[in-house]
Design a binder for this molecule. Structure first.
Ligand code: HEC
Length: 136
């Protein structure tokens, strides 16, 4: 009895699945990179500076609140903390890359952040759809 013909013209299903997995990982990584500072902020900073960055125990961290603080200074504050205040240093827990990402994050308006993340997300899912048209 002949083997049933593959529905995809002979390309083995495992190969398709593998290709698709690689494509989705490769194409969505940039999205994670953009969304990451948001997660870092919520895990490390939100308890004191507020989930919406409006402040709490620590001051608000929105662009208009940071106008007098140069960005490189903000990176030093995040890495080393502020002596004799409740602001801890994060150089043991966060890499310089993560601190830079957080600096960019707190100097951008929340609406801009949300737009950027949404745009990155839809661009990546479009690319995944193009690479894997059978995923809908
Ligand atoms: C335990 C509470 C606490 C946590 C957690 C915390 N901060 Fe702070 N932060 C403070 C306090 C309090 C100040 C104000 C210190 C002062 O000048 O009196 C501050 C100040 C700052 C400043 C300086 C603001 C300015 O206008 O000068 C920056 C920037 C900052 N924090 C960023 C962060 C970031 C980013 C995180 C997360 C990685 C974080 N903080 C986590 C309590 C905290």
């Amino acid at each position: 009895m002949p083997a049933a013909a593959s529905p995809r013209g002979g390309i083995p299903a495992w190969l398709l699945a593998g290709l698709c997995l690689c494509a989705s990982v490769g194409l969505t990584t940039p999205v994670l990179a953009r969304v990451m500072p948001q997660h870092l902020y919520q895990s490390y900073c939100a308890t004191c500076h507020g989930t919406d960055r409006m402040g709490g125990l620590g001051p608000p961290l929105l662009p208009e609140d940071l106008m007098d603080l140069p960005r490189n200074q903000a990176a030093v504050v995040i890495a080393k903390g502020l002596a004799e205040t409740h602001m801890p240093g994060f150089s043991d827990e966060l890499s310089m890359e993560q601190i830079d990402a957080l600096v960019r994050f707190i100097y951008a308006r929340p609406a801009v952040q949300a737009r950027r993340a949404a745009r990155a997300y839809s661009a990546a899912s479009r690319r995944v759809e193009l690479a894997c048209p059978w995923i809908r």
